[in-house]
Ligand binder design. Structure first.
Ligand SMILES: [Zn+2]
Length: 82
């Protein structure tokens, strides 16, 4: 029997917040992104094995890793300012 396992990664833009980037120092849009890695069987996603969050500067592209709590906090913060 032949089984074809693999992984797929998917990025989702959660929200955009504005604050001073720690790399370039500019107060520009920072994209809060969730990246999930899923195990696939015959290219069909079965389960999510990891979820990671980061924020990426739209000016310089600098990436900072976030915890899930920080990403959720950023979403709440953006929603309040809405
Ligand atoms: Zn930057």
């Amino acid at each position: 029997m032949f089984l074809l396992f693999g992984t797929s990664a998917r990025q989702a833009l959660l929200t955009v917040v504005v604050f001073a980037c720690r790399f370039c120092g500019q107060a520009v849009d920072q994209q809060v992104v969730r990246r999930s890695t899923r195990v696939t069987l015959f290219f069909v996603p079965l389960l999510t094995v990891s979820k990671r969050y980061h924020v990426q500067c739209t000016n310089c592209g600098g990436v900072t890793d976030l915890t899930r709590q920080q990403a959720e906090h950023a979403q709440e913060w953006a929603a309040r300012r809405g």
